[in-house]
Ligand binder design. Sequence first.
Ligand SMILES: [Zn+2]
Length: 159
Amino acid sequence: MKSALSVGCLVRTAIEAVLEYLVLKQLAGKSNVVKAIYSYFVEGASPSSIASELGMSKHQVRGYVQRIVEKAGSITRARAIVKYVVPHVMRIKPVIKPLDGTTARCSICGDEVFLVVAEEHVKRYHGALVNEYVASIIDIIRKEIVKARTEGYRVGEES
Ligand SMILES: [Zn+2]
């Protein structure tokens, strides 16, 4: 049997892992990936309809979904986390601006980077910014949950 504390820590780690992935995508100018993940987990769209709507392959959509499930630990938890965090992630302004189909410019350091490694660039050189967004979104969500409980709604658990 797990204590309430250890379950709490486990969930928090999963939220951080999912959030970091989504924040990196958003900062790297890949908000399409964030949208695809939301459509799949929250709106229940199929990988093929997401793929045609957002201009990616079904294979890519399945890859993003798989990555989120791995980080969240289960599909149920992935759905709950994505629903809570994506609206906040979508408000983040990207720092990587695409120049053409393959290259982009980082608006923080001015470096030109390849689009395929844009997330790595942001993680390696601007990791503090990523951590700041992750921490502030977790803080916002915690307050939302506290507020919902105070108002008498049940959030993700039976009383
Ligand atoms: Zn940079």
